[in-house]
Design a protein around this ligand. Structure first.
Ligand code: PLP
Length: 405
């Protein structure tokens, strides 16, 4: 009798792209085994702790038995009220209905991943930025959609070129994803860009899904990220995914919100009701404390990241590497030296220096030729990483070719 020794994965799993970081993880383990001190500029996970006032709010709320039961699916009314107030104070969007236009989510990855299941049928078309956060495309494919990457290029300031999207594509598209401030490039959409996108989505009846996870991580106080709802009429077509993860160093806490068009919010809610049971109420209470009292903390956080960004940009300038000076988010997006691919450059740097970078191809084919530096390590370590990069042989050939984009 033949006993089965393995299971055949579902087609959707078998069709996943190969895990790009497998090679890098292996190279990292080898470098570590050779005794190299590893500095990871790979992951985008804030290195400083959640502020005390938020932890204290959790402590208080965690002790109350009424918080120990299943939360409501849509989130506590007081949480949704706090989100509406925060949108009013931060973006001037002051008429959100907490009952119909706001949903509490288990961080934004969960919501971004579930959203297409509410709206997409097999064969529908979903437009995603490339390079981009991988969840947009993978979730759309899990739901059976066809995915069309929208290249983010230097020429277009790393925003999708709306004029290059055919009428036929607009007519077929069900969802278009936008992420501003952008991971991995650091680009940011203007009011004019949001306006054009909203009007195209209205004309062609396309859902505009906006990932705004980095809205509070920006570098110029005179150039703050906007909400898509800063545009009149956006609420007819758009939903915005927000998160406390990067804003308040709360990646492990798993809390965020989906905001916008009532029908789109409700659609996401239907999927979530059938898939999860909401966010621990004590975490929602801590999130309320963050939204209500976090401004001073965020200012300090931005100051810290600005210093780190300047350290990295100054080093890249010295190396003569081209890069985009980020306007928001936690990364610097830079061009590999001539003669390298994203992966060959990243492997070379890791082998020679123990510094881990992310190859641009980890964010889609359009990332080829680029790499990402994450600013989520202490400044002293970033400086150390940059001085090690200066010793990489490949950098010497790059000198003179570069400059700020
Ligand atoms: C980090 C990140 C998220 C959010 O993560 P959550 O912790 O799930 O809220 C969403 N989008 C992008 C582009 C990110 O980089």
């Amino acid at each position: 009798m033949n006993e089965r020794t393995s299971f055949v994965p579902a087609d959707r799993v078998a069709a996943l792209p190969p895990y790009l970081f497998a090679g890098i993880d292996r190279a990292r383990a080898e470098a570590e085994a050779r005794g190299l001190d590893i500095i990871s500029l790979g992951i985008g996970d804030p290195d400083t702790p959640t502020p005390d006032f938020i932890i204290e709010a959790l402590r208080g709320a965690a002790g109350r038995p009424d918080n120990h039961r299943y939360p409501s699916y849509e989130g506590m009314p007081a949480f949704r009220r706090a989100v509406a107030d925060w949108y009013a104070a931060r973006f001037g969007v002051d008429d959100l209905d907490p009952d119909r236009e706001i949903l509490c989510t288990i961080g934004s990855k969960e919501a971004i991943g579930h959203f297409p299941f509410a709206w997409v049928n097999p064969g529908d078309l979903v437009l995603v930025p490339s390079p981009g956060y991988p969840v947009y495309a993978i979730a759309a494919r899990f739901a059976g959609a066809e995915v069309l990457p929208l290249p983010l290029t230097e020429e277009n300031g790393f925003l999708p070129n709306l004029d290059a999207i055919d009428e036929a594509v607009w007519d077929r598209a069900k969802i278009i994803w936008l992420n501003s401030p952008n991971n991995p490039t650091g680009s940011m959409a203007s009011l004019d860009f949001y306006g054009r996108l909203v009007s195209l989505c209205r004309r062609h009846h396309v859902i505009l899904a906006h990932d705004s996870a980095y809205s509070e991580i920006y570098y110029d106080d005179a150039d703050k990220p906007l909400s898509v709802f800063s545009v009149p009429g956006a609420r007819d077509v758009a939903i915005e995914f927000q998160s406390l993860s990067k804003t308040y160093n709360m990646t492990g806490w798993r809390v965020g919100m989906a905001v916008g068009n009532a029908e789109l919010v409700r659609g996401l809610g239907v999927i979530k009701e059938n898939m999860d049971s909401g966010t621990f109420q004590a975490v929602q209470e801590a999130a309320m404390a963050a939204l209500r009292g976090g401004d001073a903390f965020c200012r300090e956080l931005r100051r810290m990241y600005r210093g780190r960004r300047d350290t990295v940009c100054a080093a890249l300038r010295r190396f003569g590497l081209r890069f985009y000076e980020p306007r928001g988010a936690l990364y610097v997006w830079a061009r590999v030296p001539d003669g390298f691919t994203s992966e060959s450059f990243v492997s070379r740097v890791l082998n020679e220096t123990g510094v881990v970078l992310t190859p641009g191809t980890g964010f889609g084919a359009a990332g080829e030729g680029w790499f990402r530096i994450s600013l989520t390590v202490p400044t002293a370590r970033l400086e150390e990483a940059m001085s090690r990069l200066a010793r990489v042989q490949a950098m010497n050939g790059a000198a003179g070719a570069g400059g700020v984009l």
